[in-house]
Ligand binder design. Structure first.
Ligand SMILES: Cc1cc2nc3c(=O)[nH]c(=O)nc-3n(C[C@H](O)[C@H](O)[C@H](O)COP(=O)(O)O)c2cc1C
Length: 258
């Protein structure tokens, strides 16, 4: 499949007759959820109902994912012995030690083929346009595959380097590192959905990359192509659970209008 084929697929997909109305939203509610989310380092002893975690995970599962390949997983560590270990692997930081629940968000670089096959089946069952199916059948393996001994990646690197000199072309992923970035982007979006959902339900959270990722990975039995994106603790904030007022640097350091 060439880049022109890719553009054709995209154009064909835009010519569909599906309509979905945008629902009404409340800015005030949204703002309250976003602004009241803080990284909570100490929780009180309040239990978090199971349904809250399940519903928050459901919200995380509908976060956008690259090519809709749904490369994020959630490991809710509930077994006391495993949980105890996970706390120590999170360096016994209070955000983990005092939490009611701990969830490991995992980025997968190795499930896209399985998921693409499942997406193709669903698309076929729902009578989706041929262009959508062709995207998953033909383009996805090229975009995310590495080929035997990484040869496809090598070919992509060379091809896009030269092609990119003369025309606009997508360039990543063309290495294992690119694929890791690809998986972590979607995982982080899912993690944020999860934390906002937890807040909307009246509870709190803390994202943690202060952990021993190798040990966490072994603890939850992840294979090679899976990586810990972050561990998220959940609970209800103790009165002194937030360490200080929200601090952000000046907006002008980060926002550019061109
Ligand atoms: C990827 C990531 C990793 C983080 N890791 C930790 C951590 O290990 N321990 C911790 O206490 N906070 C951690 N934080 C929380 C940040 O310190 C916090 O978001 C930041 O100080 C801003 O505070 P706020 O979230 O309350 O606005 C992490 C945040 C992110 C996004």
């Amino acid at each position: 499949m060439s880049l022109d084929d890719f553009k054709n697929v995209m154009n064909d997909l835009s010519k569909n007759d599906y309509e979905e109305k945008a629902g009404e939203c409340s800015w005030d509610d949204f703002k309250r959820v976003v602004t009241s989310r803080r990284s909570v380092r100490v929780y009180d002893k309040t239990k978090v109902p199971e349904s809250v975690i399940h519903e928050a995970i459901d919200m995380a599962l509908i976060a956008p994912t690259s090519s809709n390949l749904q490369q994020t997983e959630f490991y809710w560590v509930r077994t006391p012995a495993l949980r105890e270990k996970l706390v120590t692997y999170c360096l016994s930081q209070p955000a983990a030690a005092t939490a009611a629940e701990l969830i490991v968000v995992v980025a997968r670089t190795d499930t896209w083929r399985r998921n693409a096959a499942a997406v193709i089946r669903q698309l076929k069952d729902s009578g989706a346009p041929r262009a959508a199916i062709s995207y998953y059948e033909r383009l996805v393996p090229l975009a995310y595959g590495r080929g035997p001994l990484g040869l496809l990646n090598l070919a992509k690197r060379v091809y896009f380097r030269f092609k990119g000199m003369y025309s606009i072309t997508p360039r990543e992923p063309r290495s294992t590192a690119d694929l890791r970035v690809w998986a972590h982007k979607s995982a982080a979006l899912a993690a944020e959905n999860f934390m906002l959902a937890i807040r909307a339900k009246g509870y709190d959270s803390c994202p943690m990359e202060g952990h021993d990722s190798h040990r966490v990975k072994c603890l939850i039995g992840l294979p090679r192509g899976a990586e810990v994106n972050m561990v998220i603790s959940v609970g209800r904030r103790a009165s002194s659970g937030v360490y200080g007022p929200r601090m952000r640097l000046e907006r002008k350091l980060f926002v550019f209008e061109l």
